[in-house]
Each structure stands twice: as structure tokens, then as C-alpha cells.
Design a protein around this ligand. Structure first.
Ligand SMILES: Nc1ncnc2c1ncn2[C@@H]1O[C@H](COP(=O)(O)OP(=O)(O)O)[C@@H](O)[C@H]1O
Ligand SMILES: [Mg+2]
Length: 620
């Protein structure tokens, strides 16, 4: 029996005969092995190193298929997730046979030790014995790897590697090799030339292999970024944004939580010639789109009866709204007009209410109160947004320019525009984003691509903008806007990157239009199932990794890459901002001043009363 080779049945039996005959009882002493002559040797446990290019790491087992094969692995020479190569011969179809390299990924490694029967392990357990102290051979572990084929490349040195689908299985008995980093790298980055490769990180399995993705495919198609909170989504966004900035690509970031404010100051230093704009929204609507206004009022206000709706409609039809102006101001006008109409009604005058003559004063009163509630809610959100901005006195926020008449102020070469939405509830946020994206997209599609250049939109917290049908998307105008961009954006240079921690709560039509994915850590069962259902070519073996990813580790797949890869995303720590991040409650308490509390309390109770008043409905 030669050490390192798989034992035959006869050898195994002989081994146990020797053990029995020798009368050796467990435990023995130092780790040892027994050779074929029954001699006992001390075991030499030295760590193995793998660093040689294209070393042979194993031999293909007896049965192979187009999709996968198994091989016997030399100890410690490869690990799960590694990309390995096997030399093979393929028929070309015209009678010739060519030499190729078949690339594959190790999906599973099963280790077994034929010399470690169950009785022996049982004895170790029950006797509380350390295996190191016995004669049991630790060196006899066999590792068998399952490899999923990725495709083949032609075996011609100097020729660019391009991966083609395999049409013939690799031959059993062939050698499996561990490719050198630089060869693996050139495989991963093949065809990237002319597609603007951008560096995103390194293979998790091989830290020395750089991974690039195609910026062209990223900005023209769409990318879905998913992972639970803290898995590294924002870090990935910063990586992508930074690379696109270097290419002067116009970027729009919709930022509901301010995760991307950190980019501002540091990116200004890194890209001094760039414009980095921070915008806060103005709630407005496009002309002739009273539907948007109606929906907002309907969703934010009180529930109205038929006649009340009718009167609201009458108000909206009769009072002009000037496109782009403040919606809060417009609603204030509606309230005034509604109150005036109610007054007239009570005074038995029909002045100014022609067409609403049949509406009673109390109905008008209910509509007024509902409108006031909407007005107050919008004002509160605006104020809350302002308060949040005040937490960053060193950052300059500007009001979002009208995307209809001044899109070039939002989308421009070498400009990053961040729309800060913190403080706004999801419905007004959806309205704001829908109007903005709709306008910008129209400038590209209807506007014949002349007013603004192609641009890339990053949408953080995407579940707020494209909720799934079961989460209720009715009244969320951003759903249809984003659907349109997802389906047609490619033609017009309007790419999307949707970021979410809750993939199963996203609209599935939009998701099905995404063709590249960054999938970070996901623990939730439903989220994992969503990933399996949404992605083509998804292997359930790969899904098993999802819950175990460390921060910034994820699967990159789809059109931005040649092969689905498990990557450690590069962390641009020079783009994080120290004063943005988690709330610091401890220092909040330490800086707490009792004196300011009573004033705030008074203010609060006043507001509270107002809200309470508004909810009292008079019977109509
Ligand atoms: N690629 C990465 N490399 C190293 N650390 C990372 C990486 N991605 C994330 N992290 C760590 O995890 C934290 C949370 O990442 P973040 O991107 O903010 O998560 P998310 O946006 O998914 O909630 C980061 O502050 C950082 O410390
Ligand atoms: Mg984040």
C-alpha cells in the first residue's frame, strides 16, 4: 500500500488484520500511520501550500457528463468555489478533434476515510479519546470534488480566451489543474476590452484574482442589487458610482435614507472637476397630470364618500395648477376655494360654485378638512426633510430643479445628483420619483436624446418605489414609470440599478427586466426563493452560500460578467463619511438639555391637538 493512494478493499482488510494481530488497543500514542508491511511510522503533519501555476490537483473519476464531473482531489490543493481546469478533446463536428481547456467550478467536496469505520469513531467518542493519540490513520482522508462545467476555451497560447459552451464531456482519468491567477484573470476578463471594464473586487476563493465587470452592460441594461441590511449594498453602490464617475458618466442617486451622502465630500476631493449635487425634493406635479395630485390627496387624506369625491374633482378641474409649482401651495388654494364655496352655500349664494350646485356645505367642509390634512402632512414631511438636512450643516442642499424645463441641471456629464428623500413617506416619495424619472426619461425618448446625455439611476430602498402586487402598488405612480424604464431604458440610455434588502417585496415584472445581479448576504427564506425564481441559470448549490456570506461578499452574475462569480467587493473606505451612519444615541443623551424640553413639549402638544381636531368628522 502506497501512502497517498486510494486503498483497495483487500488493502483495507489487510490493514485491519494488522491492527487486530498487533493487539494494539486504542489509544496508542502520537499520531502514526501503518505501512503495507505493518510497520508503524510517526505521522508528519506539514501544511501544504498551493501557489504554483497550473499544478495538477487531481484525477477525473470514472463517469462524466456535459454539465459536470467528479474528481479525486490531492489533499488541500483546492477548495469549494475554486475554478479549476481540465484538459480535454472535443469533436468539432467536421471530423476533427481539437484540444481544449474545460473550465469548471468546484461545487462540493466530500471527504471520506475508508480506514475510519464507524466502530472506531464510536470507540473514540465513548472512550473520550483523541484520534491523534491512536493508530488511526489521519492521512487516509479522500476528497472527491464535484465540478460544474462553465465552458471551454481553445488551447492556443497567445489567443484571447473566450468561453464557449461544452458539447462533449471531459475524459475520465484526465488531470485536473489549478490555473495560474493571471490565466484565470484573463478568462474572467475576456471580451471585456471595448466594453469598458471596471474593477469591482476579487474572487472570494482566490484573493489574487481581480474581477472586472462591463460598465457598458451595466449602464445600458439594468442591475438588481440585493442583500440584507449590512450586507454591503451601499458599499457596492459606492464602488460602482466611483468607477462610473471616473468615466464621467452622469449619475442620479435616489437616496431615501442618506446612505450616499458620504460620497459627497470625499468624492469632491477625489474628483475635483466633477459636480456633486445634493438635492431636496419639491413636491410638485407636471401640468395636465391632475391624476397624480388626485392620488396623493386620496391616499394622504381622509376617506371620502362619493359626493365628497365629486366635489374634490370639481375643485381640481376648476382651479388651474401651474406645472412645477409647489403642490402645497396649490392645495392651500383648493382649501380656500372649498371653504369659500361652503360659506356661499350656507349664505344660500351660488357664487363661484357653478357646476357644484348640488353639493351641500357640510360635504364641502369634509373635503376642506381632508385637504387641510393632506396639506399639513406634506408640510410635516417637508419640515422633517429639512430637519434631517440640518444634521449636515457642512453639506449644501439645493432644491431639485424642475426636471421638465431644466433637466440639464440634474443630468450632466461628470455630475452626480443625489436626491435626498429622508423624511418623506413612501407614497409622496413614489410621486416625487415618478415625476422626476418620467420627465428625464421623456427627455431621452421623446426629446430625441438631445437635451440630456445617457444617464444611470441608482434607486436605493427600491421596495418603496416598486412594491410587489401583494404589497399593494395601487397609487404608487413610480411603479409604472420604473416599469417603462426597465423595459425601454436600454434603447434610450437610461440604465437602472435597483437596490433592496427585501427582494421578495419587489414588483416581479420590473425584476424580470433586470439582467445583471449583485446578490449579497440573504438569510430570509422567501428572499432566497425569490432569487431562485428570478434568475435564469441559477444553481441551488450556489443559493446555499447566500446566508453565509460575509460583508461585501456576493454573487455577481448576468450580462455584466462572463461567468457568475463569487466576489469580495472592494471597500472604498476613502468614500465613507464618518459623521454619517448609525444614530449615536449615547451622545444624544449625554448632550440632552432639560431646558429645551419644555418648549418642545408645548410645541408638540399644539401640533398633536391639531391632528386630533382634523380627524374629528362632522356627520354630513
Ligand atoms: N466589500 C466590503 N468589504 C469590507 N467591508 C464591507 C464591505 N461591504 C460592507 N462592508 C462592511 O459592512 C458595513 C455595512 O455595509 P453597507 O454597504 O452599509 O450595508 P447595506 O447598505 O447593505 O446595509 C460597512 O460599513 C462595512 O463596514
Ligand atoms: Mg445601505
Amino acid at each position: 500500500m502506497k501512502i497517498g493512494k486510494k486503498a483497495t478493499e483487500a488493502e483495507k482488510k489487510a490493514y485491519w488484520r494488522v491492527v487486530k494481530k498487533s493487539g494494539i488497543k486504542l489509544p496508542l500514542k502520537k499520531p502514526t500511520i501503518i505501512d503495507s508491511k505493518g510497520k508503524i511510522h510517526e505521522l508528519n503533519l506539514k501544511p501544504h501550500k498551493i501557489s504554483y501555476p497550473w499544478i495538477s490537483i487531481g484525477t477525473i473519476l470514472g463517469q462524466t457528463s456535459i454539465n459536470d464531473y467528479t474528481f479525486h482531489l490531492k489533499k488541500f490543493k483546492a477548495k469549494k468555489g475554486d475554478i479549476v481546469a481540465a484538459e480535454a478533446k472535443l469533436p468539432t463536428g467536421d471530423g476533427k478533434v481539437i484540444d481544449v481547456v474545460v473550465w469548471g467550478r468546484i461545487m462540493e467536496i466530500i471527504s471520506s476515510n475508508d480506514f475510519l469505520p464507524n466502530e472506531a469513531t464510536k470507540e473514540l467518542t465513548e472512550g473520550n479519546i483523541n484520534i491523534q493519540d491512536t493508530i488511526l490513520p489521519l492521512t487516509k482522508n479522500d476528497a472527491v470534488c464535484t465540478v460544474k462545467n462553465l465552458g471551454y476555451t481553445e488551447n492556443i497560447t497567445g489567443r484571447k480566451l473566450s468561453l464557449k459552451p461544452l458539447n462533449y464531456p471531459v475524459a475520465p482519468g484526465g488531470a485536473v489543474k489549478y490555473p495560474a491567477s493571471k490565466d484565470l484573470e484573463s478568462l474572467l476578463n475576456a471580451d471585456m476590452n471595448g466594453k469598458n471594464p471596471i474593477f469591482i473586487g476579487n474572487l472570494v476563493a482566490r484573493k489574487d484574482v481581480d474581477v472586472h465587470v462591463s460598465a457598458d452592460n451595466m449602464v445600458s441594461r439594468h442591475v438588481l442589487v440585493i442583500g440584507m441590511t449590512g450586507s454591503g449594498k451601499s458599499v457596492w453602490v459606492r464602488r460602482a458610482v466611483r468607477e462610473l464617475m471616473a468615466k464621467q458618466y452622469p449619475i442620479l442617486i435616489i437616496d431615501p435614507h442618506g446612505d450616499n451622502l458620504g460620497i459627497v465630500q470625499k468624492a469632491k476631493k477625489l474628483f475635483p472637476k466633477h459636480q456633486i449635487k445634493l438635492f431636496y425634493p419639491k413636491i410638485s406635479a407636471p401640468k395636465n397630470n391632475k391624476e397624480v395630485i388626485f392620488t396623493l390627496i386620496e391616499k394622504l387624506g381622509n376617506k371620502l364618500t362619493e359626493p365628497q369625491y365629486e366635489f374634490l374633482n370639481w375643485l381640481l378641474t376648476n382651479i388651474e395648477y401651474e406645472s412645477g409649482t409647489s403642490l402645497i401651495h396649490y392645495i392651500a388654494t383648493l382649501v380656500q376655494r372649498s371653504n369659500a364655496a361652503a360659506d356661499n352655500k350656507r349664505n344660500k349664494s351660488n357664487k363661484g360654485t357653478s357646476g357644484a350646485g348640488h353639493t351641500g356645505a357640510s360635504t364641502m367642509g369634509v373635503v376642506s378638512r381632508s385637504l387641510r390634512k393632506v396639506q399639513r402632512k406634506l408640510q410635516e414631511m417637508e419640515q422633517s426633510n429639512k430637519n434631517n438636512m440640518n444634521k449636515f450643516p457642512h453639506l449644501k442642499f439645493e432644491e431639485l430643479p424642475d426636471p421638465y424645463s431644466q433637466p440639464e441641471k440634474i443630468i450632466q456629464k461628470s455630475q452626480v445628483s443625489i436626491l435626498y428623500l429622508k423624511g418623506y413617506e413612501s407614497l409622496p416619495s413614489s410621486t416625487i420619483v415618478s415625476i422626476l424619472l418620467d420627465c428625464l426619461f421623456n427627455h431621452r425618448s421623446v426629446g430625441l436624446k438631445t437635451t440630456i446625455p445617457p444617464f444611470f439611476t441608482v434607486l436605493e430602498e427600491a421596495q418603496n418605489f416598486i412594491p410587489s402586487k401583494s404589497d399593494g402598488q395601487e397609487g404608487y405612480p413610480s411603479v409604472s414609470t420604473i416599469k417603462k424604464i426597465a423595459t425601454e431604458g436600454r434603447k434610450f440610455g437610461a440604465g437602472l440599478m435597483l437596490v433592496s434588502q427585501r427582494p421578495y417585496r419587489l414588483d416581479d415584472t420590473v425584476c424580470s427586466q433586470m439582467n445583471s445581479y449583485i446578490i449579497l448576504r440573504l438569510k430570509n427564506e422567501r428572499d432566497q426563493r425569490f432569487v431562485k425564481n428570478t434568475m435564469e441559470n441559477w444553481d441551488s448549490e450556489e443559493a446555499k452560500q447566500l446566508p453565509n456570506f460575509a460583508n461585501g461578499q456576493g454573487i455577481v452574475s448576468g450580462q455584466i460578467t462572463n461567468i457568475p462569480l463569487t466576489v469580495q467587493i472592494k471597500f472604498d473606505d476613502d468614500l465613507t463619511n464618518d459623521d454619517i451612519g448609525d444614530e449615536n444615541f449615547i451622545s444624544d443623551v449625554q448632550n440632552w438639555k432639560e431646558s429645551s424640553v419644555s418648549k418642545k413639549k408645548k410645541e408638540f402638544s399644539k401640533n398633536f391637538d391639531k391632528v386630533f381636531d382634523a380627524d374629528q368628522r362632522r356627520p354630513s
